[in-house]
Design a protein around this ligand. Sequence first.
Ligand SMILES: NC(=O)c1ccc[n+]([C@@H]2O[C@H](COP(=O)([O-])OP(=O)(O)OC[C@H]3O[C@@H](n4cnc5c(N)ncnc54)[C@H](O)[C@@H]3O)[C@@H](O)[C@H]2O)c1
Ligand SMILES: O=c1ccn([C@@H]2O[C@H](COP(=O)(O)OP(=O)(O)O[C@H]3O[C@H](CO)[C@@H](O)[C@H](O)[C@H]3O)[C@@H](O)[C@H]2O)c(=O)[nH]1
Length: 468
Amino acid sequence: MTSLKICCMGAGYVGGPTMAVIASNCPDIRVTVVDLNAAQIAAWNSSSLPIYEPGLQAVVESCRGKNLFFSTDIEKEIEEADIVFISVNTPTKTQGIGAGRAANIKNCELCARTIAKVSTSNKIVVEKSTVPVRTADAVRRVLACNDKGLTFQVLSNPEFLAEGTAIDDLQRPSRVLIGGEETPGGQEAIQKLVSVYANWVPAAQIITTNLWSSELSKLVANAFLAQRVSSINSISALCESTGADVSEISRAIGSDPRIGPKFLQSSVGFGGSCFQKDILNLVYLCESYGLNECAEYWHQVIKMNEYQKSRFTKKMVERMFNTATGKKIAVLGFAFKKDTGDTRETASAFVCRDLLAERAKIHVYDPQVKREQMMLEFDYTLNVNTTTEPDLEKLITTSPSAYDACDGAHAIAILTEWDEFKTLDYQRIYEKMSKPAFIFDGRNIVDQAALRKIGFEVYAIGKPWPSV
Ligand SMILES: NC(=O)c1ccc[n+]([C@@H]2O[C@H](COP(=O)([O-])OP(=O)(O)OC[C@H]3O[C@@H](n4cnc5c(N)ncnc54)[C@H](O)[C@@H]3O)[C@@H](O)[C@H]2O)c1
Ligand SMILES: O=c1ccn([C@@H]2O[C@H](COP(=O)(O)OP(=O)(O)O[C@H]3O[C@H](CO)[C@@H](O)[C@H](O)[C@H]3O)[C@@H](O)[C@H]2O)c(=O)[nH]1
């Protein structure tokens, strides 16, 4: 006997894993994930899931067909549900007012319109997508326009999972945040959603707030996290100029409990579908309220990230005698972080773009990213395609292994921190490379001293940078 029915609109990186974890912890709840994209739903129903996430396959297989379903029958599933989650993409607007900054919430509005149109009973509608503060007001007003006299309660329940650790983050969340209206109906709806999470999340970790605090907290959480990365990355540049070591600094400052050790890993720049988009959204919101100093403050986090990405390629080229033209460069890693196949806004694509501009021959290896996906990322994010770059297909090779990518290369650029790159047989790799053989470690994961002993010229982000 199922007591509650949940429908989630959007079967992406958030909708799929989140609903799978709800279903696995709540056997009495029937959970259906729906999407406009039939291929995506077919993949969720197959043995080859549309996203790679450690532990996901096991969770999905444990409840799929029992109380977890994936469907394209959006209208039927909404109609039957008590709670409808909106977990659709909210990308940065590319055109019109706020282009390049504001989040486009058209998908959320469309979901609200569909819910209003097909519902025949009162429902709780949960914003799971990351949205600008006060979006719940728009959703509420669209829902209120239904012609059946139905009542909808809108809740904000932003998701804090990180890719690569999504299942763990969902099973043991640091907190679940639920915002709702400060009315008896709103409070009742909040309690209903609290009771879902209470099946596996300790009560003390379920935070309830008003709608606007909940919506805004999501943007603020990402802004603070990204700010830490940009802060340590700015220091990495200073380290390279002074002989200080950024890893030693991270350890030294992170031991202060007021600072804490996490998110102080210097890198070639943060990527992913969220940080940049959400900070730009925050910047736009500040500007919209006339808070230009606040907007400028947060915008600096993005600018520092741009600097870090371009700085890396510049150093590579400088080190390789100021030319990468015709040189084979092995790029190890294309995903925006390890343990995911997601390439959205990945720093690796920006470095490849800048190396392409130098006419380098790039051989990319990533254990989870297919060539088709890489090319889409170039096209979509960077507008690099065979029209803008006729030699693209010739200049970018995708390699079946790290060893293939490095064979005969002039340089290696480590751009994603996949564990397998830490334990490669670098002696074997060195022997087959052009000399001098360079390694540019954009993630600080290799043993520099050991590699120098082999004969490599090593450059790692934020590490003392031997002069030539
Ligand atoms: N990716 C993350 O790690 C992460 C983490 C926390 C929050 N978020 C936020 O969650 C939201 C979703 O992100 P995502 O990474 O899952 O996006 P995604 O692009 O992976 O998935 C979104 C899905 O929604 C579907 N969709 C769009 N409009 C629809 C509609 N009207 N009806 C049904 N389906 C529709 C799309 O086809 C797509 O499959 C975004 O707002 C994002 O900022 C993402
Ligand atoms: O010390 C660090 C930590 C992260 N990164 C980079 O920062 C980016 C983002 O990493 P991470 O935050 O781990 O992954 P996301 O999946 O983007 O998760 C972020 O964005 C999600 C979407 O909003 C939120 O839900 C998560 O809480 C938030 O961590 C990646 O390129 C990382 O390599 C660093 O360079 N140094």
